[in-house]
Design a protein around this ligand. Structure first.
Ligand code: SF4
Ligand code: SF4
Length: 182
């Protein structure tokens, strides 16, 4: 996999997310996601025992992994790395074999009833014309930030240098680019 010049990433501030799902609904509208499916979703993680409970709400989606198992396991080349490291699916090349679904550590993909595998694209069609992903623009609490991690002035780079953060399933080795600010 070649190293892209830009490295797009998203940060999710777990201190700000209220689980309103505006991000989920905006994604469905922007990307014409069919009923019963979504490209992003909310996880409500409650830990501890009463009265010492801690709750974390996370807006999750494809991690656009830098070493993406979905790409490595796609037999047709449909799953590929695009601009900024965004992982996309070329619908016409997708045979629907589901090898990528089995390989993804994040359960980020689904079978679109139209016959191809579907998932978050980081709204690359918007990013390429200078507009932020739909979920980022609608979030009422500014939980979500998007940008180029190779640009130290980008909101995502500044968030990662100024805050504690984690990624989901670091043990997968997939090198995810969805960061949760703590
Ligand atoms: S729109 Fe923002 S606050 Fe609402 S669920 Fe999504 S990330 Fe959380
Ligand atoms: S999260 Fe899953 S679908 Fe997204 S790039 Fe990583 S392995 Fe592929």
């Amino acid at each position: 996999m070649s190293v892209p010049k830009k490295r797009y990433a998203m940060t999710v501030d777990t201190r700000l997310c209220v689980g309103c799902k505006a991000c989920v609904l905006s994604c469905k509208a922007e990307n014409d996601v069919p009923d019963g499916f979504c490209r992003d979703w909310i996880v409500e993680d409650v830990r501890g025992e009463f009265p010492l409970l801690a709750a974390e709400i996370r807006s999750e989606r494809c991690n656009h992994c830098s070493d993406a198992p979905c790409v490595k396991n796609c037999p047709t080349g449909a799953s590929h790395v695009n601009e900024g490291g965004a992982v996309l699916v070329t619908h016409g090349k997708c045979s629907g074999c589901k090898a990528c679904i089995a390989a993804c550590p994040y359960d980020a993909r689904f079978v679109n009833p139209k016959g191809y595998i579907d998932k978050c694209t980081f709204c690359l069609h918007r990013v390429q014309v200078g507009v932020l992903p739909a979920c980022v623009t609608v979030c009422p609490t500014r939980t979500l930030a998007f940008g180029d991690l190779n640009d130290p002035e980008s909101p995502v780079a500044m968030n990662l240098s100024s805050r504690r953060w984690k990624v989901n399933h670091p043990e997968s080795g997939a090198q995810p680019n969805l960061y949760f600010l703590l």
